[in-house]
Design a protein around this ligand. Structure first.
Ligand SMILES: NC(=O)c1ccc[n+]([C@@H]2O[C@H](COP(=O)([O-])OP(=O)(O)OC[C@H]3O[C@@H](n4cnc5c(N)ncnc54)[C@H](O)[C@@H]3O)[C@@H](O)[C@H]2O)c1
Length: 379
């Protein structure tokens, strides 16, 4: 297959913008992919962040204003990875300019921003998806396929979680992700929520009610001059949801996002249980996906080792371990293949509609925290 060159402009040269340079640098890992991406432009007002990209030989354009990239007709795709308070203006400008882009989550600082972004995308020819890489772990893909296959029987309970300990150190300095103004009122749900929503929403598990239990554990952190400043975002969120079924009942679903989860470095997990079967996977133990069934009257959990069975084939040996960088590579492979019309029945990354649905659930959780009652996600 002759791969089509894809010239990518990165807006936001921070943690995630740099990750994309790494992904493109090892693109030859993939077999027969229809696209050949290169990062050729970067925009960031922070000079040192921008200058990091000088070591990437394909980068030609260094801009301090994102408009230079949105207006650049030589670019095929933009990767928009900036703080949440900037999503709305940037994503709408990119859609209005007809640019294809992979957006970072949460896709707007709040529900209203997400609604306006989706309206702009609906009115444009842009091909847009939203970042979420953990479902591309082979074990997660297997868990998703098993849950989708009907093997669960009548669904009883779904748990989707992302727990890490990035904020367990009270002395860690404040940054934009710890402020409502720049991260959003949804706090940790804006950072981690779409990661837990992706597979449930793709399975059609849309909550009809949400009971939100939100915690702000560390309320101040050292500022730039060392004095303490407010840290006003939710650190942890536990969402207890009810999901309707076509029978006369609903099932329970937990979405758990924690920046302060003692004992967890960076654990993303998904579990679904039904009357006939069950499945669970965690990136904490990524070489194993567990499946439950009833055999000869016995309740049996079995370990399945998915190996390196990625959505998009790669040169990596089938028995070798899979990690975070591989998941990012697979997510980008998925986005660019879908853009090229070659995704087929492979797993795709988050659609704008799914990101909007996730925002509806997060907004309901914030209302629930205030009212003390379960709230319905509102369209
Ligand atoms: N998919 C994931 O696993 C994942 C992980 C972390 C962050 N994210 C998301 O990625 C996005 C960026 O997060 P990050 O961790 O890379 O943040 P970061 O703070 O490391 O980087 C953000 C960059 O944006 C730049 N920036 C600020 N204003 C800008 C502007 N007007 N124009 C262009 N650039 C500007 C900053 O200078 C900084 O370099 C967020 O939406 C975040 O939620 C996703």
């Amino acid at each position: 297959m002759t791969a089509e060159p894809v010239r990518i402009g990165v807006v936001g040269a921070g943690l995630m913008g740099k990750e994309l340079a790494g992904v493109c640098g090892r693109w030859s890992q993939l077999v027969d992919h229809p696209s050949a991406p290169q990062v050729v432009a970067v925009a960031d007002p922070n000079r040192s962040a921008r200058d990091w990209f000088r070591q990437v030989p394909t980068v030609e354009t260094f801009a301090d204003d994102w408009r230079a990239l949105v207006d650049d007709d030589s670019l095929d795709v933009l990767y928009l990875a900036v703080p949440h308070n900037l999503h709305e203006e940037l994503y709408i400008a990119a859609a209005d300019a007809g640019r294809d882009f992979l957006a970072e989550k949460p896709f707007g600082i709040d529900l209203h921003a997400a609604e306006r972004i989706v309206a702009a995308i609906d009115a444009s020819p842009s091909f847009v998806r939203v970042s979420s890489e953990f479902p591309f772990y082979p074990g997660a893909l297997k868990a998703y396929a098993y849950a989708r296959s009907g093997a669960l029987g009548e669904v009883l309970d779904v748990r989707s979680a992302f727990q890490h300990s990035s904020d367990i150190d009270r002395g860690k300095a404040i940054n934009w992700k710890r402020r409502v103004e720049t991260c959003g009122e949804i706090g940790v749900m804006g950072d981690l929520g779409l990661h837990v929503a992706h597979i449930p929403l793709r399975l059609g598990f849309r909550p009809e009610s949400v009971y939100g239990l939100l915690d702000n554990v560390v309320t101040e952190r050292p500022g730039p001059d060392g004095s303490m400043v407010a840290c006003d975002t939710w650190d942890n969120a536990l969402l207890a949801c009810r999901v309707p079924t076509d029978r006369d009942r609903s099932f329970t679903m937990l979405w758990e996002t924690r920046r302060i989860a003692p004992g967890q470095m960076n654990s993303w997990s998904f579990e679904a249980l039904g009357m006939d079967g069950g499945v669970r996977f965690s990136t904490r133990n990524p070489a194993v996906v567990q499946r439950f069934s009833i055999k000869d009257g016995e309740q049996v959990w079995e370990d399945v080792q998915p190996g390196h069975a990625s959505a998009w084939p790669s040169i990596t040996g089938g028995i070798f371990e899979f990690g975070f960088g591989d998941a990012l590579l697979q997510m980008w492979a998925s986005y660019l293949a879908e853009r090229a019309g070659s995704l087929g029945d492979r797993f795709g990354t988050v659609t704008p509609g799914e990101a909007l649905d996730a925002h509806r659930v997060f907004a309901a959780a914030v209302r629930s925290q205030e009212s003390g009652r379960a709230e319905m996600p509102r369209a």
